[in-house]
Design a protein around this ligand. Structure first.
Ligand code: DX5
Ligand code: ZN
Length: 221
């Protein structure tokens, strides 16, 4: 049996009260903080960077922070996120000129490294780096925005990624990101995912006036 982790994407949180939002989802049972970094170049949106990651650590967040870099180039920001206290650092292979080097940079910095696959990016990017990957993140939407619908073709890709992980014999996490909801998470888990990013399903579902606003949402997950 696999251990399942829930990773709320703070992309859908209230950025004006970010520390409180993160405290609340963690207190309600979330496992990992999914931290979406967008640069208005690799993806058509602009979000948060290493200073905000560092601010969450200073605020007292001790849970793993899963920095999903949707930026190009990636290497300089990798160093900044290592210094800012990220736990996982994942990047898109198309955004790195030297995939092996970027993975090595992350691991040399003491962080866990991952590759992210857009819906049309083939898993063959894993062929020669499987021993340097701690996480595989499959995008089930095209990256850039929260609140999009889960692309069903991702289920077959999850099964293929799960086979690669099992064949490697390594404890690589298989994360899914985009359109994950309470009503499709069981099917996604059955296809092989063990780490579930959910943004709008968690942060938009809650009543902002309720101090325990994320309890019932996370219980459903
Ligand atoms: C999209 C981001 C996701 C996004 C998911 O580019 O990587 O993490 O926040 O949002 P939902 O869960 O709303 O699809
Ligand atoms: Zn993400």
């Amino acid at each position: 049996i696999r251990d399942f982790l829930i990773a709320p994407s703070i992309l859908s949180a209230d950025f004006a009260r970010l520390g409180e939002e993160v405290d609340n989802v963690l207190a309600s049972g979330a496992d990992i903080v999914h931290f979406d970094v967008m640069d208005n170049h690799y993806v058509p949106n602009l979000t948060i960077g290493p200073m905000v990651c560092e601010a969450l650590r200073k605020h007292g967040v001790t849970a793993p922070i899963d920095a999903h870099l949707m930026v190009k180039p990636v290497d300089r920001l990798i160093g900044d996120f290592i210094d800012a206290g990220a736990t996982y650092i994942t990047f898109h292979p198309e955004a790195s000129d030297h995939i092996d080097r970027s993975l090595q940079l992350i691991r040399d910095g003491g962080c866990k490294a991952g590759l992210v696959f857009n819906p049309a990016t083939p898993l063959s990017f894993l062929d020669h780096v499987m021993d340097k990957v701690d996480m595989i993140l499959l995008m089930s939407v095209n990256p850039g925005f929260g609140g999009q619908a889960f692309l069903p073709g991702t289920l077959d890709k999850l099964r293929a990624a799960r086979q690669r992980i099992d064949a490697s014999g390594r404890a690589i996490r298989l994360e899914i990101d985009g359109g994950v909801k309470v009503d499709n998470i069981a099917e996604i888990a059955a296809a092989g995912a063990d780490t579930f990013v959910a943004g709008s399903a968690i942060f938009k579902a809650a009543n902002a006036a309720d101090p325990h606003r994320y309890d019932s949402v996370l219980r459903d997950f």
